[in-house]
Design a protein around this ligand. Sequence first.
Ligand SMILES: [Zn+2]
Length: 411
Amino acid sequence: MEYSHRYPAYLTQQVAAELERHIDIHRQAYNYTRYQYENVDADNIGSAYKHHYRLPDWKDQFPVFSEVNSKALQRTVTRFYDNLSTLKEQKENGRKVGNLKWKSPREFQSMTYSQSGFELKNTSGRHATLWLSKIGDLKIRYHRNIPDEADIKEVTIKKETTGEWFVSFGLETDEADLPEKPDVDSLDTSNSVGVDLGIQNYIHTSDGKTVDWLDLEDEYERLRREQRELSRKEKASNNYEKQRREVAKVNRHIRRKVLDYQHKITTWLVREYDAVFVEDLDVKGMLEQSHNARNKQDAAWRQFITLLEYKAELYGTHVVQVEAAGTTKECAKCGVATAKPIWVREHSCPSCGFETDRDANAAMNVLQRGFQELGLGWPENTPAETALPTDTPNFQRVSAKRVVETGSLGA
Ligand SMILES: [Zn+2]
């Protein structure tokens, strides 16, 4: 299984300048690969593999190519051929595409070390050190562990248009090293959970835990401010361009914060439970969201489920998506459906009298559907019987702040 982890890097001016110099050499290598591909009529061109054999000649001709890591240089040649196949694919799918273009410095902001020439060190704390051959040490904020059994296949160092630097590790874990998922027959309501991806709470679990929405008010306030500022600038002016980058920076910051938050919640879920059931969201989105808000939240939810599914493999947890229609309306105890407008926050069953929070009821339905999906039938100890009303002291509310700041739910 392949996946990746990305970390912010904090560089001294000296290291940053050296990285920029290297990336620019890689840019020239990329452009030279393109030049040879288009202009040199030779047999030993046409695939990344063949093209790699030309690198010793390059180095004789242009000594600057010897100044960068040679595996990384190969990787840049490969990058050209990767782009070529992407282009070819698009063409085959009927899209109108041109040829691969020459890259200006603005368009080429990263390089990749492949297989060797790097080492990740001092990973015990919140910071770690990445050593790169021909560059030296750089400090990264190590907010998420790389699993012990994962192989680091490659490392990409990238400078964003905002000027921030990031390091991204391409990881691979052997199928054989992945933990086995627990036996389906061992699942019960104590080690399984239904999750409602909610409107009021970020998630609500069938055993009565909630995690609040991430508080992004300050960030959105800042975004509005920067956008207002942008609307006052003259289009296509230097100031406009500068301000546009500020807006992009805030947007990126928000996206990163959401992703980080989702990482923490999903890791907590797969560690805490043997089976996690979630709703298939396309349907739910159509049922409950207004049009505009929907797209944005759908995207966030899809990302959440993607993370959850890949972590399920890493941690050996069952993750199953279940039919979403009716999870809110149906009573988790007796199954009778009652119409429930979105502003009604309580579930109060007119048929059996069962009362709980609206999202808790939905989460319990998700759990029950998950059990049926796995062929386990109705959970023996139905969650409705053990569920606690939201106003009892046992009802656990996990604040978003706690998740993010102390990482108490695990990172
Ligand atoms: Zn009922």
